[in-house]
Design a protein. Structure first.
Length: 198
C-alpha cells in the first residue's frame, strides 16, 4: 500500500468489510487549474500532460528504463482469472453484494468478466480450472441470490470453452501497444452482451 489517494479495504469481521484511504493521501486532479500548483515546474508539467500526447509516452519510456520492466505486465502469477487471494476475494464479493443490494430488484443487472491477453494465454494452458476457484464459485452463487447475470467473455456461447475462441482473442482482441481492447474485442463483448438479452 502507498499514499496514493484511492480506497483500500479492511476486514471488520467474518461478515463485514469496510474501506479507507491512506492517512497521508490527498485527492489529485489532472484538469487544468484545479491543482494547487506552487511552482513553475508543476505548472509546466501540468501543461505538458494536458496538451501533449507525447508526455505520457515519454513518462512510460522513462518508467520502463528505470524499472527495466514492461509497465503493462502483471508479474504475480495468481492475478486475473487465476486469482487466489481469499481475503481479497471475500472483500470483492462483499462489495459487489453491497452495491447490488442498493439497486432495484426489477433492474436488470449484469457483470462482465473481462479477460486480458495474459488471462487468455493462461486459460489456453490451464483450461477452465479457474471456474473451480473461490472467486468464480462465490460470484456465481451471489448471482443467483441477487438475480444478476454473469457473462464470462473468455467463454463462447452458453459459457462453453472453445480453443478457437481463446486463440482468436489472443490474436485479435487487443491493441499491440498497451494491451487494451481494440475494436474487435469491443465488438465481441458488445455482441455477447446483446445476445444475452434476446
Amino acid at each position: 500500500m502507498t499514499n496514493r489517494y484511492r480506497p483500500y479495504f479492511k476486514k471488520i469481521n467474518d461478515k463485514k468489510f469496510d474501506h479507507f484511504y491512506p492517512i497521508n493521501s490527498s485527492p489529485q486532479k489532472n484538469f487544468p487549474y484545479e491543482n494547487n500548483q506552487n511552482d513553475n515546474y508543476e505548472k509546466i508539467k501540468s501543461f505538458l500532460e494536458e496538451y501533449f500526447w507525447s508526455y505520457n509516452l515519454v513518462k512510460t519510456i522513462k518508467y520502463a528504463l528505470i524499472s527495466k520492466k514492461n509497465p503493462y505486465t502483471v508479474e504475480k502469477d495468481n492475478y486475473g482469472y487465476f486469482f487466489s487471494n481469499e481475503v481479497s476475494v471475500e472483500a470483492t464479493i462483499y462489495f459487489i453484494s453491497e452495491l447490488f443490494s442498493e439497486i432495484d430488484e426489477n433492474f436488470e443487472k449484469t457483470i462482465l468478466i473481462v479477460p486480458t491477453e495474459r488471462d487468455l494465454n493462461n486459460i489456453n494452458k490451464s483450461g477452465t480450472s479457474y471456474k473451480k476457484l473461490s472467486w468464480y464459485t462465490k460470484l456465481k452463487k451471489l448471482s443467483k441470490k441477487q438475480n444478476f447475470k454473469v457473462i464470462d467473455l473468455a467463454m463462447e456461447k452458453n459459457d462453453e470453452y472453445s480453443l478457437t475462441h481463446i486463440e482468436d482473442g489472443i490474436s485479435n482482441w487487443f491493441l499491440s501497444c498497451d494491451g487494451h481492447w481494440n475494436k474487435n474485442g469491443n465488438k465481441m463483448a458488445f455482441q455477447k452482451l446483446i445476445s444475452t438479452k434476446k
